[in-house]
Design a protein around this ligand. Sequence first.
Ligand code: IMP
Length: 196
Amino acid sequence: MKIWLASSNKGKRKEFENLLADLPVELHGPEELSYYTSPEENGDTFIANARIKAKYLAASVNEGWVLADDSGLECEGLNNMPGIHSARYAGDKASDAENVAKLLKMIKLRTNNRKARFVCALVAIDPNGQEYVFEGELKGSIASKQMGTGGFGYDPIFIPDNHEQSLAEMTSAEKNRLSHRANALKLFKEELRKHL
Ligand code: IMP
């Protein structure tokens, strides 16, 4: 079964590959479509943005499933920012390092509350055009400084509840046992198994 994954983020892509490795699926990406340009993510929720990406890619392919993820980090003490703006928190073309630096600075300036959660919304569209929505979360807190070099995005400053290491200090297998993406994908995989 082919799954077209609407994401070009290499960190996410790798996680999807690992998390789907136990199913007989072939992952494909929009980079294989020479005519493809990414849609504007102008929704105001994770689900709305995942739906925009899924529908846009589904209109460009005519076989298999389409799967889109929209994810981000919500910090309680910052009114749930950066949220849907996580990828561009420090500016349109911001690097992971710039986003992390801005978040550490904002927390230091604005709040003592370091509670946070990662959220992952998945929108899947099956070969008949039916849509499915799944959500996963991972609760934790924001570290006072970067810890570790693994993973991507905000992993070096996120410590899951009941753990001492940041996500960037864990192996990818450890992160994939707990993550918001893994939790959402578990639900997707249950649905997919019904169709295999
Ligand atoms: P999206 O590609 O628009 O969904 O943006 C997601 C952004 O949220 C990423 O660029 C990261 O900054 C952040 N993010 C989402 N999931 C993770 C994760 O598992 N670890 C670290 N950062 C993440």
